[in-house]
Design a protein around this ligand. Sequence first.
Ligand code: SF4
Length: 421
Amino acid sequence: MLTSFSVGGKTLDSLDLKILLVTKGIKVDYAVYERFCGTRRLNPDPLTCNCLILPDGTIVHITDVAMHMSYLKNAISLESLRNIRYALHIRTPFRLVVSHGGSAVLLHNGEQVTEVSFPPASRFYEQKTSGGLPYLGNAVLQGRDFLSFQCLWPCDYAKAGYPCQFCYSGGVYERLARKRKPDPPVPTPQDVAEITDYAVNKERTAKHIQLTGGSTMNPQAECHIIRKILAQIDSLVGLQNIPGEVLVYTTPPSDPETVDQVFEAGASRIACSLEVWSEDLARTITPGKWKFSGRERCLNCLKYIARKYGPNKACSSFVVGIEPAESYLEGAEYLARDGIVPIASIWIPFGRPVMGRIAVPGLDYYRKVKEGLAEIYAKYGIVPPGSTGLNVCLCRDIWNHRSEITACCPHGPAKVSNGPA
Ligand code: SF4
């Protein structure tokens, strides 16, 4: 059951609150880090991908605005004064403080919203692989049970000068290439296997694994690299010891059958991300994807997976907040009809303007997406990845509460189907 909160005179459910917190950020009092650092998974270093947990269990990413501002100041002094304009817009009404009783409390304009908690303490970010690669900066623990590798191979599209506008990693690769500097090191298959072994077998902080990287120009995409990584994970960790799923993101290969090797190597699902459904906006916001791999190749690959491996095996991620809700939902339903999972990742606007803006839509926009997606998931039997939710994605939260959400929809509860129509 979603919890309700009173925020600035309005009643919000926990998904509305998650959206506001993710899009507006939070100013975290340093006392919160001092109080909880040793006993819970919370660290002032933004690379640790902190999250808080609302009373009903909803996971919410913490963008600590104060930490982010100091990061931006450094980036600005090195990069361009243009971004100051955007940095000055970072204001948040949300603050995280320690109460007199010693609990963590979320405030909105100084008024208490709710107590929150954090995941159990972890030593994950103190570790290095046998090759000396620090876990910090190369992998993150998300929510209660997800291990994500965010950059396992560089982004050729960004290096060619065509990064997606919202993508932080793409911006980094573009900048380095422009200055003719080398790519940052990426984890080897052995590094990935050791990190996975620690999180899954030793510390047991992860049940699900997510492998992600940039987009490459290779017509095979990254399937051959992923196959090697999965083989190494299997040999060190044992794929059978991963209790949840192995979600793999890849550029769509030119021949869709190339993905077969990834499923054979142990992937549970494969995602090829469109990011934006509106073709006009996609051309501008995701110029590399549009120019090099293109929409048709992506859809061919997703449909091939859905046809051969069945519903809920192909996924496509979208950045929610950068295109009209109607166009996102149109794309989500188009894919869901074929059993393809539309993933909803909330746009975090700090420091990376899209179409020249960092202003996010109002809550009505996200409510439309929440209700529309709940109906689509229920109607077509779509099951998004994960179990208890991820930091920035909304899809699993919506799925977990789909009956409740659709019951409140203006046209009543959706008819729940067991599979795609
Ligand atoms: S293609 Fe992927 S990694 Fe490259 S800029 Fe776009 S979202 Fe980022």
